[in-house]
Ligand binder design. Structure first.
Ligand SMILES: [Zn+2]
Ligand SMILES: [Zn+2]
Length: 153
């Protein structure tokens, strides 16, 4: 696990909770610690599984609730595709763009450095950009393969 990452992000959470006068529960920080160990996207069941592995039991309701807090505090971003909802640390999500398959809902990372730089260098008048997420929609290779096989039959 990246403990430097966790230390930095838990600081953001502490400040957010203090500002909102919310309780700094062990659960919230434990879930955050767990999220920091994902190298990329994760869904709610993967998160709940990982917590079970370390014998930390939280209800799904608590998980959703906590993810809402993380989203609101810009710690985590939510990727919504047709079939799935994936989450990712904001600092990770900003290092790449996302490809979303409109057939199966798969979300994949695309790492295009010049796109990233272009977005970051954007000067937008009368608007203060805080963060971004870029999605490119299309058909993944698996679905394309399936489609082409169907056509042949
Ligand atoms: Zn991503
Ligand atoms: Zn697909």
């Amino acid at each position: 696990m990246d403990s430097k990452r966790y230390t930095d992000i838990s600081e953001i959470l502490t400040q957010y909770l203090e500002k909102k006068k919310m309780r700094k529960t062990e659960e919230r920080f434990m879930i955050l610690r767990c999220i920091c160990s994902f190298p990329s996207h994760f869904d709610i069941s993967e998160l709940s599984q990982k917590l079970e592995e370390i014998k930390f039991h939280v209800s799904l309701a608590t998980l959703y609730n906590t993810l809402d807090i993380f989203e609101d505090s810009h710690i985590v971003v939510r990727h919504q595709s047709i079939q799935s909802t994936l989450y990712e640390l904001k600092i990770l999500a900003e290092t790449h763009q996302h490809l979303i398959c409109t057939k199966c809902g798969a979300i994949r990372d695309l790492k295009n450095v010049s796109l990233k730089q272009n977005i970051e260098n954007l000067k937008i008048p009368r608007f203060n950009a805080e963060y971004y997420a870029l999605y490119i929609y299309g058909i993944c290779s698996k679905c394309k393969y399936k489609l082409s096989r169907k056509k042949q039959i």
